[in-house]
Design a protein around this ligand. Structure first.
Ligand code: AMP
Length: 411
């Protein structure tokens, strides 16, 4: 189906073509006409599905058909969980708005950066504001922005907004919005908190839904699971990089400490590596991303928080060096690859102490993935303490460590 049949104006169709999009993605096919009709939308869509354009295109169309006044009243508010996602959404709005006959102004406002330039940018108002919740409220408190004229509200990555603890900010913000408005809620997953937010927020929404927790990406992202002992993971990663000649790999670790540790070891082995974690300054994060995007570094070692919402073009491989804490994070991580129909690969390292956790992730997403062993990296640690008559894994014999553990346990 071409974009033309979705009801988009010619300038927007041209803007889409300029981006190189030939056909809409499923979420765009469903969401664009629904947003144009003006009703609420509840969409299950993750990063990589084309969700940003799915709401940006129709909202721009609506904005451009009702030209703004001066000062521009804020009509479209997009809330996102992270600075990186805010920047990406802002860039998408700007790219699509460029060819419109009427100027649409967009401002991006995020925490962690000086508020003054953002206040300055908001002088004279703006048509579209893309913001993180905390900073939005700071700007409201400083009278830099008013929410009383908002006609369209987008909550992007609503599950992230809530899991990052923005529930109070959302409640306060919703209280400042006019009653009559269009609400669009996009979320990769629908845990109870998101469901109750959706029920509270949305009126007779068009539901664009897959089964909750269903992986949109299963078909485009190949998922490999490699069993390996904890202490062998860095060596295995180096082996895989070499063997497959991967040029750009996003490696997920559990903590800032882990990021420095793994990155340090890879650097020692002569690889070009960048780090992305929450303790870095915004400048350092932007530089790390730029180095990775420009292929100046081969490996980007990142934590979940830092990588959330990232849209890195042509990212073929994601490695779960440490497993994600939640099943939702697994989805978000592997959603970094295989964007908009390109194929991608997600590799998870599973070791004795994380085997049970990974089984839960699989169960949650109804996956049943084959465990691989790589020659030279076969695990020797068991995932269930030896001596458990109901546990143990076939084909695995206790090693010295297991025997010691067993002896200590008195078994
Ligand atoms: P998103 O899910 O919004 O983060 O988009 C993921 C990526 O897909 C972005 O790099 C978009 O530029 C790209 N994209 C979005 N829609 C399309 C489309 N219809 N055809 C090709 N690429 C797209």
């Amino acid at each position: 189906m071409p974009f033309a049949s979705l009801g988009l104006s010619e300038p927007l169709q041209a803007a889409v073509a300029e981006q190189g999009f030939t056909a809409p993605t499923p979420v765009q096919t469903a969401a664009i006409p629904a947003v144009l009709r003006g009703g609420d939308v509840w969409a299950c869509a993750q990063t990589g599905s084309g969700k940003t354009a799915a709401y940006v295109l129709p909202l721009l169309q609506v904005l451009s058909t009702a030209p703004s006044r001066a000062p521009r009243p804020l009509r479209t508010l997009v809330l996102v969980p992270t600075r990186e996602l805010a920047t990406q959404v802002g860039d998408t709005v700007k790219a699509f708005a460029r060819g419109l006959p009427t100027r649409v102004k967009v401002v991006v406002a995020v925490g962690g950066l000086s508020i003054n330039p953002q206040m300055l940018a908001l002088r004279g108002g703006t048509d579209v504001l893309v913001a993180t919740p905390g900073r939005l409220l700071d700007l409201v408190d400083k009278n830099a922005v008013h929410l009383s004229a908002v006609q369209h509200l987008v909550l992007d990555e609503a599950d992230r907004l809530l899991s990052l603890g923005f529930a109070d900010e959302l409640t306060r913000m919703l209280g400042l919005l006019p009653e009559r408005r269009q609400n669009l809620l996009f979320s990769a997953t629908f845990p109870p908190a998101v469901r109750s937010l959706a029920q509270h927020l949305l009126h007779a929404p068009t539901r664009i839904a897959l089964e909750p927790g269903t992986l949109l990406h299963q078909d485009v992202v190949a998922q490999r699971v490699i069993e390996v002992d904890v202490g062998k993971r860095t060596q295995l990663l180096r082996h895989l990089l070499q063997e497959h000649g991967w040029t750009r790999v996003l490696v997920f670790v559990a903590s800032r400490y882990g990021a420095d540790h793994v990155a340090g070891k890879l650097e020692k082995a002569g690889l070009a590596v960048a780090r992305l974690h929450g303790d870095l300054s915004q400048g350092a994060r932007v530089a790390a991303l730029a180095d990775f995007e420009a292929s100046r570094v081969q490996v980007l070692v990142a934590t979940d928080v830092a990588a959330r919402g990232l849209d890195i073009a042509q990212l073929p491989v994601v490695v779960n060096y440490d497993l994600p804490r939640s099943a939702d994070d697994y989805l978000h991580r592997i959603g970094r690859t295989g964007r908009a129909g390109q194929s991608g690969l997600a590799v998870s390292f599973v070791s004795a102490d994380t085997a049970a956790h990974f089984r839960l992730i699989e169960k949650r997403h109804r996956l049943s993935l084959v465990r691989e062993h790589i020659a030279g990296f076969e695990p020797v640690e068991l995932d269930v303490p030896f001596g458990d008559p109901y546990g143990g894994q076939k084909g695995k014999r206790p090693n010295k460590k297991d025997k010691l553990r067993l002896a200590n346990a008195g078994g």
